[in-house]
Design a protein around this ligand. Sequence first.
Ligand SMILES: Nc1ncnc2c1ncn2[C@@H]1O[C@H](COP(=O)(O)OP(=O)(O)OP(=O)(O)O)[C@@H](O)[C@H]1O
Length: 257
Amino acid sequence: MSNPLLETRGLTIQFGGHVAVNEVNFQLKPHTFKSIIGPNGAGKTTFFNLLSGQLKPTAGSVFFKGKDITKLAVYERTRLGIGRSFQITNVFPNLTVLENVRIAVQAKGGVSFRLFSHYRKFHQFEETAVRLLEKVHLAAKATQLAKNLSHGDKRKLEIAILLALEPELLLLDEPTAGMSLEEVPSIIEVIRTLKDSGDHTILLIEHKIDMVLGLSDSLAVLFNGRLLADGTPQEIMNNELVQSAYLGGLYEDAVKS
Ligand SMILES: Nc1ncnc2c1ncn2[C@@H]1O[C@H](COP(=O)(O)OP(=O)(O)OP(=O)(O)O)[C@@H](O)[C@H]1O
């Protein structure tokens, strides 16, 4: 049995009187794909914020590769190999798609703009950027300005920028949020490509269960800040606790909204 890449022990955060994440003990094995599901307000994004360092817990710890990272800042966690996407797309609108990714590759390479005179190096960064755009099925739009992309393509661009940091662990926060129904299959395809590449461990938030059943090796169910269950998709669908607390009644909301 491999050690977990990511682990939380008793992870808790309280906002005033509200416990948004409540004593969560969670494990993620390397090179697996897990989705966190749960209705609106279950604590999924807050849990992600605790993993990526945007929030500090009231109690409990986060471990990455066995190291306690609870007190580390976001950039330190990024450096260790944790890459996180947000529900809101975050790209430079007036740069081209390729430029957006090339700058991220360049930043990872530690080369500043002023030192950026060596043509060969520039070419290498650009080649890497093109390769990343191919990975997210966006190479054909490399020369378009980012601001002219559809919402779905912006999400793909954001993933390519994230990949430029070469994260071992990818935290994807509702990659289909705000997308039109027509755009959803293509982003799912991108996520499947990332999974099949075997290069990353992936943890994905989604509140529409049907979206992730076919993709996930396992599902973790958050409900009222608590980890209600964690298992294979089959185990989760058959879990009585999940059925009564989440699938019963709330499932309809979760798949429709
Ligand atoms: N900074 C904050 N201050 C106060 N309450 C917060 C804060 N962040 C989150 N909460 C509360 O914590 C609970 C969990 O919110 P969270 O956004 O993590 O849920 P979620 O499962 O990601 O929901 P959604 O699917 O709608 O994104 C909610 O009740 C929310 O109002």
